[in-house]
Design a protein around this ligand. Sequence first.
Ligand SMILES: [Zn+2]
Length: 252
Amino acid sequence: MLTHRITFWPFMFVHLIAIACWTLGYIGGWVPILSVVLHLALLTYGSLTPDAGFFIPHSVNLEKGTLALTYDDGPVPTHTEAILDLLKSEGVKATFFCIGDRVLKHPELAKRIVAEGHVLGVHTQGHSWRWGFMGKREALSEIERCVESIRSVTGKTPKLFRPPFGATSPNTAYAIHKSGLIPVAWDLRTFDTNAKEPSRLIEKCLARMGSATNILMHDPVPAALLLTKALIQRAKERGTRLVTVDPPATNK
Ligand SMILES: [Zn+2]
């Protein structure tokens, strides 16, 4: 697997050789520029593709024939509640990666998620747009504060983590490792946050479902409710077992 650890020093070596050869006049200036551009492209790919495990390995696929419905960015009133109602009526358990600030703002929803047997994971305290650019200490604090928010509200210690925007960097990878949480990616991204028409979104997701085992949705997005309904129906038709990513958190 291509990782930052494996590629960093070879790339640095190539950059140095390219710069030295250019300085001595053996090659044109475009060669060192090209090597830097390629390296930056690889780092960008690694930052935005958590399932690639470029900076830190993420849990991605679950057992074949199973499907985990996973939701990021909640809990929020109305939308999360509607999804919880649907999951309850269908007898399905799911995994919610919650934002710490929202857990504190809507403690009754966080408690309900846990009480109804769903798994509640960490999605940082504030879901800052700067997440991918944070230093080690700040990133770790974002994770630890969210763990504490969940623990203070639900009495459970979460075990799973999903990075905001799916973004990782050497600093956030360090923070995730240090937190002891298990980073979780996905093998099907629904892009529900960009959906304009729920029917088109559902059509696209069902077409791409294939052998996916871990589906990323966002409970604050209104379309996620209809999408959930469609995914449950398709899973039941296919005999796919709907599961959580991990057993619910312990009392520790
Ligand atoms: Zn998010």
